[in-house]
Ligand binder design. Structure first.
Ligand code: NAD
Length: 290
């Protein structure tokens, strides 16, 4: 299936017998995904792209009404998606959402740990409460998500077929950015949590790949917060000027769109990425390469 605008799937793969076959390894039919923070932004786009590539997708978020609306729209287009309320900081919610996914779709092969929050301000302005809160939402969620999913994905688990976990980090988890110390420290933790889980799950024979994706500045509500933060800490006079400044920091000369991230998620979720684990993927227009 190739229905995503601008999406060119690979089609030639080498079989174990050494033959080249014309199939689409990005096809996600027979796979079940759970996406967090899926009511809007990057998460909502991931739900759509995964579903258009054939996956059955459980979209989750704390914003129940918006998440349900988004899923209703996709269902009307014939996509096999459902919604469940999930606060990624709640172990109980994780348990219920994973059980709901197994009950509705009969498995779990892909987890996209996407939900996250941003807090700006300089290090001197940040309070301990703010720093603790952003770490709770952005890092503890990754722990709970990987634990809840791996428990059912590993051999002998309720799904039991292994799978792919994709953690949303950030360019701010790789390089320093003014106003991003609290947020960036969470995303640095996500990067390394990913590698530890990948190595451990690999060595223990779980058949679960774990990778991190590092977006540059993407046009979403959170992206807009970054512009405002540049204004608040005095690096730009207006949000328009902040946007120009950020575009100037991006070699490719534009901001990213949610689809740029969703297409990377599809790749990492698919069998085309079968030998990739513990790796970090920048989707940042070259910002981190400088
Ligand atoms: N937009 C960017 O420029 C950018 C850049 C780098 C990384 N990221 C990362 O990508 C991910 C998605 O970002 P986005 O731009 O789509 O953000 P967004 O703010 O547009 O959407 C985030 C979603 O997460 C949900 N959410 C927040 N707290 C939650 C919680 N406790 N439980 C469940 N859901 C919760 C929100 O309701 C919302 O639907 C985040 O992890 C973010 O850090 C974004």
């Amino acid at each position: 299936m190739n229905v995503c605008t601008g999406f060119i799937p690979l089609s030639l793969i080498k079989t174990n017998e050494g033959n080249i076959m014309n199939v689409n390894p990005l096809n996600l039919e027979n796979k079940v995904a759970l996406v967090t923070g899926a009511a809007t932004g990057i998460g909502a786009s991931c739900v759509e792209y995964l579903a258009r590539m054939g996956a059955k997708v459980m979209a989750t978020d704390i914003q129940t009404e918006l998440g349900q609306q988004s899923v209703d729209g996709l269902r009307e287009q014939g996509l096999d998606v459902a919604f469940h309320t999930l606060d990624v900081c709640s172990e109980n919610d994780w348990d219920k959402s994973v059980k709901a996914t197994l009950a509705q779709f009969g498995g779990l092969d892909i987890l996209v740990n996407n939900a996250g929050i941003y807090i700006g301000g300089t290090l001197l302005e940040n309070s301990l409460e703010q720093v603790r809160h952003v770490h709770k939402v952005n890092v503890e969620s990754i722990f709970l998500g990987m634990k809840s999913a791996a428990e059912v994905m590993k051999p002998g688990g309720a799904a039991g077929k292994g799978g792919s976990i994709i953690n949303l980090s950030s360019i701010a988890g790789l390089i320093g950015v003014p106003g991003h110390s609290a947020y960036g420290s969470t995303k640095g933790a996500v990067r390394l949590y990913t590698k530890h889980a990948a190595v451990e799950f690999g060595k223990l024979g779980y058949g679960i790949r774990v990778n991190s994706v590092h977006p540059g500045v993407i046009r979403t509500d959170m992206g807009a917060q970054a512009f405002q933060d540049f204004v608040d800490i005095g690096l730009a006079k207006t949000t328009a000027e902040a946007e120009e400044l950020i575009i100037g920091m991006t070699p490719i000369g534009k901001l990213g769109e949610v689809e740029d991230i969703a297409q990377m998620i599809v790749f990492l979720a698919s069998d085309a990425a079968g030998f990739i684990t513990g790796a970090e993927f920048s989707v940042d227009g070259g910002m981190g390469a400088q």
